[in-house]
Design a protein around this ligand. Structure first.
Ligand code: MEV
Length: 426
């Protein structure tokens, strides 16, 4: 049967479902039911979601959870998190509470500049291109005035543009590097529209514009989040040992990329969950954050820790390009609600909340790793997920939870025990 199709986008949703299930699933009826089960009864809401992307067939649920008790710059927050991984929300909440009685999390914006580049090829002399650029610069800015008017009224806009000669890396390659302040919007559309207008104005028969696009690398749009307290306030017992081991773990992530990637992945558990809950672009954030982690030529930890003058200090610098207006932020009802729960932050405030969530997540992971080990808490929740997959009854569930209280949990061990228990029952 033919598996390619033309005009798919023009089919109705039902026709798309019919075509897909007929050609790509074994049990068409069951597949249809699964897809339709997730349609929202509210037609207007469903149609809103259908229109976010093309060829929508259904909705894909992820848990929407809340991590309460965050104190950030002395203000209380309950942070919405969208994430499928067990333990993350529990860990964030626990750490938030832990630090709330030790001065809370302190955050500050270090910078808010974003950039985009017009990548071009020019075969003539670099001096000649520079002269042309200098002459054109006011005209290039004028070409964007209509586009930037609203943004300028809000205090943002184009901050600077310069010509970069990169011919030492790639023959005849230059770029116009443009810096922006996009205020409360993430700014992707704004930046790209400005860049294309500048590129059109700059165009000449002997200049080949290869592409014009924003950069998701934002090393100058950075927020810092930190926690600190006298070492003895960390724990009643063994506080110094805990702090030393914790700092050692961070230092390992600073020098060892294999560890750094996992260390940073834990940070992104917190970051992405809030980024998604607020309707922001987590792929952009991920790409930018990891590039930042490798900015000194070696992939390294995003967080840092020290013990100085009897004080434990743990902090993170994160490049984050986020918006609280535009995109899905106000369009997706849950994203809008998340922002309301967060007291309608502006983009800078949202950066600080997200960084706090990332820091909390990293603290939770390192605390577990350097003390009890990660599996203890992690596997408890993993156990309940395995039990769910087994469709175990309530009494069976309770039996398994009790049985694995002091045992190593693995998928196989749980499944084996489950069937053993059932055999014994029969
Ligand atoms: C799991 O999602 C995240 C951790 O692996 C992070 C870490 O190792 O630091 C626990």
């Amino acid at each position: 049967m033919a598996k390619s199709v033309s005009g798919f986008s023009k089919l109705t949703k039902q026709e798309k479902v019919d075509w897909l299930t007929a050609h790509f699933t074994n049990v068409g009826i069951e597949a249809k039911e699964i897809l339709q089960q997730y349609w929202n009864e509210d037609r207007i809401l469903q149609s809103l979601h259908d229109d976010f992307v093309e060829n929508t067939l259904t909705n894909f649920y992820l848990p929407y959870a809340i991590a309460p008790n965050f104190v950030i710059n002395k203000k209380n927050y309950a942070i919405p998190m969208v994430i499928e991984e067990s333990s993350v929300v529990a860990a964030a909440s626990m750490v938030a509470k832990f630090w709330s009685s030790r001065g809370g999390i302190k955050t500050k914006i270090l910078s808010t500049i974003k950039s985009g580049q017009i990548h071009l090829i020019y075969h003539g002399s670099s001096e000649g291109l520079q002269l042309y650029f200098d002459k054109m610069k006011p005209q290039l800015l004028r070409a964007t005035e209509n586009i930037t008017e609203n943004m300028r009224q809000r205090g943002g806009g184009i901050l600077d543009l310069k010509l970069k000669n990169i011919t030492h890396e790639l023959d005849n390659y230059y770029q116009i590097h443009v810096e922006f302040d996009t205020k409360d919007s993430m700014g992707a559309n704004f930046i790209n529209t400005c860049l294309e207008a500048i590129a059109n104005e700059f165009r000449r028969p002997d200049i080949e514009i290869v592409m014009s696009i924003l950069s998701n690398y934002v090393p100058e749009c950075v927020v810092r989040a930190e926690v600190s307290c006298p070492v003895e306030e960390l724990y009643e017992e063994n506080a110094l040992h805990f702090a030393q081991k914790f700092v050692q773990a961070v230092k390992i992530a600073a020098v060892e990329p294999y560890r750094a990637v996992t260390h940073n992945k834990g940070i992104m558990n917190g970051v992405d969950a809030v980024v998604i809950a607020t309707g922001n672009d987590f792929r952009a954030v991920e790409a930018g954050v990891h590039a930042f982690a490798a900015r000194n030529g070696k992939y390294s930890s995003l967080s840092h820790a020290e013990i100085k003058d009897g004080k434990f200090r743990f902090w993170i610098d994160l490049p984050l390009s986020l918006g609280t207006v535009g995109g899905l932020t106000k369009l997706h009802p849950l994203a809008k609600l998340s922002l309301e729960i967060l007291d309608n932050p502006n983009a800078e405030e949202l950066m600080q909340i997200v960084a706090a969530a990332g820091l909390a997540q990293n603290f939770a992971a390192l605390r577990a790793l350097t003390t009890t080990g990660i599996q203890k808490g992690h596997m408890k929740l993993h156990l309940t997920n395995i039990i769910k997959l087994l469709n175990a009854k309530e009494d069976e569930k309770q039996f398994l939870i009790q049985y694995f209280e002091n045992k190593t949990i693995s998928h196989k061990a749980v499944v084996d025990k489950y069937y053993e228990m059932r055999r014994e029952k029969e």
